[in-house]
Design a protein around this ligand. Structure first.
Ligand code: BGC
Length: 691
């Protein structure tokens, strides 16, 4: 694999400023750094300041496929300020040869922030080793409707879950370089993203679309990218309300705001006055037009100074002290990160159905497997937009399954195009595994899914395979919910494998043969049909977002989805019991602690993800039946019991009051639900009062 040349990013300023030894801090800011940024900015000329406020293409090898992957903003060489070296991603670093992790949505299904932090560490390392210092691949947009083309880039549909996963990856990445969380805010339609005005009331914005961004800010994220869409009539990159009042004002964000690329800002003055600090990906509004606007007083100089200070401060905070000499290029796409990619996919696989113990496929008993489907022999890593990663190699399901089967088990692979021949192969085998799903042709940046089901041909293939062999296992790939009512009852087992990353084929095989026990849970609802959902409009100029989506919507409508939010089976079973709350009455300043005993009552070790939801009775405003407020993962050997601890600060139980602009925690009874998924019947309940 060809390696790119080093580009000397920095190191210059370090000695000049005698910076403290370790700067990869996740503390949002410190006074010393502030003062240094201020001093440096004060030394810069007007021209130098303006220069820092826009990007330009491109600092690394142009051999990388696709546009926008490598953008820089000028630094100030005279003062040793290196500038921003932007790289995209989300499933890895967008340079050739980098590790391709499972898509973010897959990682969301792991419900494992500690693991996600390790992914962030690896991504950050690979980015720094290749010369970048700014990773823009942290997408924490709410998946509102599963037809959104970029579903795969985010972690799920719930603000609490998104916040925990977002913070984890930001923390990991920021051990090496700046991370940027995106796209603020309400960005969850792709086809019309450049012009759509998303309307929602302030309460919906604050409770559903913003909390996870604030979590990232509290964790010290260096940068936030504004969204392409408008929000309540204002382009997000021009929105004083979003950027100045909420982000930099109320939340105290000290980092820099960058615009989304190209059409993220459309005018100079509103953007510069709203607090958009850097125009990406190149200068359209923040060059001559900005200078003029400052000179004629339409943009106060103070705004320019603030933008530059923020930019310099974040660069100082992450400035590579020893430059990149500690970073080993051999680790990029190397064994250690590949092993992590495999572990992540193992923990992201969601076992949706498993009847008659169709899985795992026991070695020794199974002699022949018919492996059917085009995707069995296809690298299906996800979108080719800004998340594109070109790994050094990738393992298809066919390769992984063939390896894991060894010499004892015969694998007969067919694409399924010749249905008769596939039918015969399935009928003669001990089990049939169909690998199917959706691909980058069905979903991706700039367009949305046309529907939620598989292609009819694929559905017919599954039906035929299930008819030919009762032990029919379906492995699904894709970045979001897939409807499957036409064939769900017929398949004996179903595994959601998402876009599984470069080690995906191995991880899928590990699960099929029972070398690992799948433990992922859905970070989104899987509806039975699109009819169960609110409309998805990706054409209109104006789209109204109501408060309810995902599981909150299903709860409210009393609808039963195909698979609920938080759902996932295992090769073992767990029993929940002994739910205890730390208090029956608690003050608004308190934290309620729930403990629950989880016992592995099956025959295999496994990891269980316990979830805690809170509902309430007698609120003065309309409230969801329940909201996810905590989750925890426990590893259990067969027969073992562990007590999971789930904590909820009472301040997190408030609603946002549009009138007063304040969060209100009501004194009333709250219902606590703890269990293996959001399905009400599976949850233990108790209650407490806030007094
Ligand atoms: C996307 C961003 C991305 C940027 C650069 C834009 O079109 O919306 O998420 O970071 O391109 O690739």
């Amino acid at each position: 694999m060809k390696r790119r040349k080093f580009i000397a990013v920095s190191g210059l300023l370090a000695s000049a400023l005698a910076l403290p030894k370790r700067l990869f801090s996740s503390a949002p800011g410190d006074a010393g750094l502030d003062a240094k940024a201020r001093d440096l900015a004060a030394e810069m000329t007007f021209e130098e300041k303006i220069a820092m406020m826009a990007g330009k293409l491109s600092f690394l090898a142009p051999s990388i496929p696709g546009p926008y992957q490598a953008v820089e903003t000028p630094g100030c060489p005279r003062l040793g300020i290196p500038g921003i070296r932007f790289v995209d991603g989300s499933r890895g670093i967008r340079f050739e040869g980098s590790t391709c992790f499972p898509a973010a949505m897959a990682r969301g299904a792991s419900w494992d922030p500690a693991l996600e932090q390790r992914v962030g560490e690896a991504i950050g390392y690979e980015g720094r080793a290749q010369g970048a210092n700014f990773f823009a691949g942290v997408c924490v947009n709410v998946l509102r409707h599963p037809r959104w083309g970029r579903s795969q880039e985010t972690f799920g549909e719930d603000p609490h879950h998104l916040g925990r996963m977002g913070v984890a990856v930001v923390t990991g990445v920021q051990h090496h370089m700046m991370a940027c969380a995106k796209h603020l805010a309400g960005n969850s339609i792709d086809r019309s993203r450049h012009y759509v005005d998303v309307r929602m009331n302030e309460r919906t914005l604050r409770e559903i679309y913003l909390p996870h961004f604030q979590d990232c800010v509290n964790a010290g994220v260096a940068s936030i990218m504004s969204a392409y869409n408008s929000l309540n009539g204002e382009q997000c990159g021009h929105s004083k309300h979003l950027l100045k009042e909420i982000l930099k004002g109320e939340w105290g964000f000290l980092g820099l705001v960058i615009s989304d690329f190209g059409l993220g800002i459309k005018k100079t003055v509103p953007a510069a006055n709203a607090g958009c600090d850097v125009e990406m990906d190149r200068r359209r509004h923040y060059g001559f037009k900005l200078k003029l606007a400052v000179k004629n007083g339409r943009v106060p100089m103070e705004n320019i100074d603030d933008a530059v200070r923020r930019n310099v401060r974040e660069q100082l905070r992450f400035l590579p002290l020893e430059s990149r000499k500690d970073y080993d290029l051999a680790k990029v796409g190397g064994k250690e990160h590949a092993a992590l990619a495999r572990e992540v996919e193992q923990k992201s696989l969601v076992l949706l159905k498993n009847e008659n113990q169709a899985l795992p496929l026991e070695r020794g008993k199974i002699k022949t497997i018919a492996l059917i489907g085009e995707l069995a022999d296809t690298l299906n890593l996800g979108d080719t937009g800004s998340t594109w990663v070109t790994p050094p190699y990738a393992i298809t399901p066919l390769q992984g399954i063939t390896r894991a089967a060894g010499s004892e088990i015969k694998i007969i692979h067919q694409t399924g195009q010749d249905l008769e021949s596939a039918r015969q192969a399935a009928a003669q085998a001990d089990a049939v595994v169909v690998v199917t799903g959706i691909t980058r042709k069905d979903e991706g940046e700039g367009f949305d899914r046309k529907g939620l089901g598989l292609a009819p041909r694929e559905e017919e293939l599954i039906l035929a395979m299930a008819e030919a062999n009762a032990r029919c296992v379906v492995v699904l790939e894709g970045g979001g919910a897939i409807t499957m009512e036409r064939w769900r009852d017929r398949a004996a087992a179903i595994i959601m494998a998402w876009y599984p990353g470069m080690e995906g084929g191995n991880a899928i095989a590990d699960a099929l043969f029972g070398d690992i026990n799948p433990s992922g849970k859905l970070p989104i609802v899987f509806p039975k049909s699109e009819d169960q959902l609110y409309p998805f409009d990706n054409v209109s100029k104006l789209v109204e977002y109501g408060y309810y989506h995902g599981y909150r919507y299903f709860d409210r409508q009393g609808l039963e989805p195909a698979f609920p939010f938080g759902f996932g089976l295992s090769y073992t079973q767990y029993k929940y019991g002994n739910l205890k709350l730390s208090a029956k009455k608690i003050s608004k300043a308190g934290t309620i602690l729930a403990s629950v005993d989880i016992t592995n009552i099956g025959g295999r070790p496994g990891e269980e993800i316990a979830q805690l939801y809170v509902g309430c009775q007698g609120s003065r405003v309309d409230r969801p039946v329940k909201d996810l407020k905590a989750f925890a993962k426990v590893y259990l050997k067969p027969g073992e019991t562990k007590t999971a601890q789930l904590e909820v600060p009472v301040e997190k139980l408030g609603y946002y009051d549009d009138g007063s602009g304040k969060w209100m925690v009501e004194e009333m009874e709250y219902l606590v639900y703890v269990g293996p998924s959001s399905k009400k019947e599976s949850l233990l309940t108790d209650s407490f009062k806030v007094v």
